[in-house]
Design a protein around this ligand. Structure first.
Ligand code: SF4
Length: 209
């Protein structure tokens, strides 16, 4: 079991996220605002050092205004629990905050329009670990086209954040092989978190003495 980090500035992070959400709620930077039912800003612990980023809201998310609440969300919750955490311990968001009609893939211009909101969320939360779920979130953070079968289970150190890549849970719902792979990826992700946490504790002990 690794430490669950809670920063002392949790209150201001919560307030900053609330202020940001107030801005995003009026966003019309791409056409998706017209067809959405609810904006899906994101949810979770603003002080968490672990953030999950998916692609875009689907049918259930659009109806409820919350990320990952359908069948894929149930699987994500189980995967988070396999890390020894509860869903409310982490922060969950998407690249797009409004649902693309019929769950079609996000268009490049929609990603470009919405990405600055995600960037600001990441800036406020300032997580140590970001787990990207699917190729779109990996693409926006790594800035390279992602082939999931090659990149899943790998991590990259970018600006002092460890970016871990895995499949979108929706892809695992109907493909047994991907389900096995995503479960294995989460085992690797857990080890990555534990190793980094242990190193940080040792470094703090050394600097203390
Ligand atoms: S998807 Fe993003 S950029 Fe497009 S309207 Fe919604 S919040 Fe704005």
């Amino acid at each position: 079991m690794f430490h669950l980090w809670v920063n002392m500035d949790g209150k201001s992070k919560k307030e900053d996220l609330e202020k940001l959400e107030e801005e995003v709620i009026n966003c019309q930077k791409c056409s998706l605002w017209k067809s959405k039912t609810n904006l899906v800003f994101g949810e979770g612990n603003p002080s968490s050092e672990i953030m999950f980023i998916g692609e875009a809201p689907g049918y259930h998310e659009d109806k409820q205004g919350r990320p990952f609440v359908g069948a894929a969300g149930k699987l994500l919750t189980e995967l988070i629990e396999s890390l020894g955490l509860r869903r409310e311990n982490v922060y969950i968001a998407n690249v797009l905050k409004c649902r693309p009609p019929n769950n079609r893939d996000p268009k490049p211009e929609e990603i470009d329009a919405c990405y600055p909101w995600l960037e600001r969320q990441i800036e406020i939360i300032n997580p140590k670990f970001i787990c990207t779920l699917g190729r779109y979130s990996a693409y926006v953070l790594l800035k390279i086209p992602i082939n999931m079968s090659t990149y899943h289970g790998k991590f990259y150190d970018i600006q002092n954040k460890l970016i871990f890549i895995t499949y979108h849970p929706a892809a695992a719902l109907y493909h047994r092989k991907i389900l096995e792979e995503i479960k294995n990826d989460f085992l690797s992700f857990k080890k990555l978190i534990e190793d980094k946490s242990n190193k940080d504790i040792k470094r703090q002990q050394l600097s203390f003495w």
